[in-house]
Each structure stands twice: as C-alpha cells, then as structure tokens.
Design a protein around this ligand. Structure first.
Ligand code: NAD
Length: 345
C-alpha cells in the first residue's frame, strides 16, 4: 500500500469501519499546500478493497491538480464509501460518514459525487460543518461547470481559429444532463450550431425544442463532423478505437477522465486535434463550491470561472512552444504549483 501512496505523493489515507451503520469508508487527502482538501464522496460497489483504495487515491490526486490550476485555496481530497449490501439505512450510513469527516477536523471537506445525492449531504451536514452542496447552502455546481466549459471553448477557438467567437461553429455534445443541458443553452445564445445526443431520448427532445439542436444517436457522437466535440457524459470517450474516427478540430467538454489512457493526449496532439484537458476546463463546479464556502458573490464566482479561458490559453501556448500535448502541460503546470519550493522572503 505504501507504494501506491508514495507514487501518488499522497499526504494521508484514513479508514473507517462502523459496523452499526455498515459504513466502510476511505478518505484520501492528497495535498493541502493550498488549503483544506475539497472533493466529493463516491458510494459505489468495489470488487476489492484495493480497487477502492486505488480509486480514492487517484481521484484525490486529480482534485489537487484541478484546484491548483483553478487557483482556488483548496487542496485535493476524495472519499469513497464501499456500498453496503441492500437493504441499509441510508440516513444512518451518511451520518456515520459525516462523523468520520468531522474527526478530520476540517482538513477534508466533502461533497456529492457518483452514487451520493444532495439528501445524503443533508445527513452529513447534521453532524459536521465540513460539507458543501447540501440543501442548506444551495451550492449547485453544474451551471457554473457549464460556464467554465464555455470559457474553455472560447480559448480553444482562439488558439485554433484565431477568433474566440463560437457563432457559426458546430458543437457536438454528448450528454444532456446537468452540465450538458446548461452548456447547450449557453452555446445556443452564442449562435453555435448544436448536435446533441443522450441515452435518454426525452432529454434530446427537450434540447431540440429549446435550442433547435439536431439529434444524433449515441454511437454517432465520436465520428460527428464538427468543429468542437464536447463529451459531457461519462469518462473514457476517447480511446484507442474512437481516436481513429474523430472528425473534429477541438475536444472540450465537462466529463472527467475523457482520455481512456494518458498516451492518447500525445496522439491527439500529433493529429492536430486540440484537447482542452478535462480537469482544467471542468473546474467551474469546484470554483463555485470553493468560493461559495468562502461567501463570495455570484459575480466574483463568474469572473473567476471566466479565468479558465486564460489558464487554458496559457496551456495551449506553452503546448505549441514546447511541442508537448496540452494534457502533459497541464500536469506539469499543476506539479510546479504543488511541489515547487517556496523561496523564503
Ligand atoms: P449527469 O448524470 O446529469 O448527465 C450525464 C448525461 O450523459 C446523462 O443524461 C446520461 O444519460 C448521458 N450519457 C451518459 N453516457 C452517455 C453516452 N454514452 N451517450 C450519450 N449520453 C450519455 O451528469 P453531469 O452532472 O451533467 O456531469 C457530466 C460529466 O461532467 C460527468 O462526467 C461528471 O463527472 C463531469 N463533471 C460534472 C460536474 C458538475 O458540476 N456536475 C463538474 C465536473 C465534472
């Protein structure tokens, strides 16, 4: 286990078992140089304890990198709950999890992730203040995530076409969920032509009506002829098969872990497809939650979110100068922020 910890440069790994509620949970705090660790809690089935550890460590590391590039005063952390066998008492489970979070004294702040809901966070909020995204704080991250993706698309368009205007460009969006639908609305206002897909037909119909979007079947997404391909569903969309059918200039979407393996960043770069690194372009939600916790106004939050455009443009510029993929440049930039020694005043 110490190999995993050292390789990821992880700060702390905490385990909790609470037989009364059935809670088995792990919290990983990756790096707190910039502030308390902030990251969601996943509750899913894992086929082994090691799989759960690997997941939480990888996700916590990702949050450190995301916070560093989003320039918010947070470190990277994440929690997983090994989903108990049904039936279980959901309220008791999340209150036990909340007590676990509370024992860490604020070094880790939790939030929603796969398998957890705002109602679960309400239970957590009953026993600890170190939670964001419950009904009591109203910090829904999705609209701001969409705004950040729009800002990132503009930076990508400027880099690729010399103009940040999205009017007249064709954008293919996978996933008309919380983020995708908001993004479609923003792009419609910008005058972009929209191609949309979702596994749920009703969501596609809604987008057709609201934004004059053109529907695609889910399997047409990767080969869509478009200027910008925008994965806003699940991860792993760009893999060793789909990379061969792409007909886009830019990939810019909200989904986490869009590249199935890191080497695909280099392949996209060689093919001249501009990839906006996922954890940079989808940081609007983190910005919303972090600044909301610090009582910032919505205007201040929007201003910072538009800053994603500048961060990405800097990454694209450095990528051209150093002839390295933007995904590699993003990692290097985050590591410089997290690990460079601060020279004493
Ligand atoms: P969501 O569950 O509300 O929406 C996802 C949508 O994608 C669903 O409607 C689903 O039916 C659709 N979908 C999934 N697989 C698909 C496929 N193969 N083809 C077509 N449609 C498919 O999720 P969300 O909150 O909108 O998040 C979308 C992505 O953005 C996720 O990867 C999430 O991790 C990431 N993300 C979200 C936020 C946020 O603020 N919500 C922040 C950062 C990153």
């Amino acid at each position: 286990m110490f190999d995993i910890i050292e390789q990821a440069r992880l700060g702390e790994l905490h385990f909790k078992s609470d037989p009364d509620s059935g809670l088995k949970s792990i919290i990983a705090i990756h790096n707190t140089k910039l502030g308390p660790a902030l990251g969601g809690c996943r509750c899913i089935e894992y086929h082994s304890d090691t799989a759960a550890i690997m997941d939480v460590v990888r996700l916590a590391r990702g949050m450190s990198y995301k916070a560093a590039l989003a320039k918010v005063p947070q470190g990277g952390g994440k929690a997983v709950i090994l989903k108990p066998a049904e039936p279980f008492d959901r309220k008791a489970l999340y209150q036990a999890f909340g007590r676990f979070v509370n024992e860490l004294g604020g070094r880790y702040i939790t939030a929603i992730d796969s398998g957890t809901t705002i109602h679960d966070m309400d239970q957590v909020a009953k026993v600890t203040p170190h939670v964001s995204g419950s009904h009591s704080d109203g910090l829904d991250p999705s609209p701001n995530t969409a705004l950040g993706v729009l800002a990132g698309m503009k930076a990508a368009a400027l880099q690729r076409y010399g103009n940040s205007k999205l009017k007249g460009l064709t954008v293919a969006i996978q996933g008309m969920g919380n983020v995708g639908f908001h993004l479609a609305s923003l792009l419609y206002e910008e005058g972009a032509r929209l191609l949309v897909t979702d596994l749920q037909e009703s969501k596609v119909k809604q987008a057709q009506t609201a934004f004059h979007a053109e529907p695609m079947s889910p399997d047409q997404f990767c080969s869509a002829h478009c200027h910008i391909l925008s994965p806003c569903g699940l991860g792993g969309v760009i893999n060793h098969e789909t990379i061969n059918v792409l007909h886009c200039d830019i990939i810019a979407g909200s989904a986490n872990n869009q590249l199935a393996t890191p080497d695909l960043g280099q392949q996209l770069h060689q093919r001249g497809i501009l990839y906006a690194p996922d954890y940079v372009i989808n940081a609007g939600g983190l910005i919303q939650v972090s600044m909301g916790l610090h009582r910032a106004t919505q205007q201040e939050i929007s201003n910072k979110t538009w800053g994603i455009s500048e961060t990405l443009y800097d990454i694209f510029t450095r990528s051209s100068v150093e002839n390295l993929p933007p995904s590699t440049i993003a990692d290097l930039t985050a590591e410089e922020i997290l690990y460079q020694e601060t020279v004493g005043a």
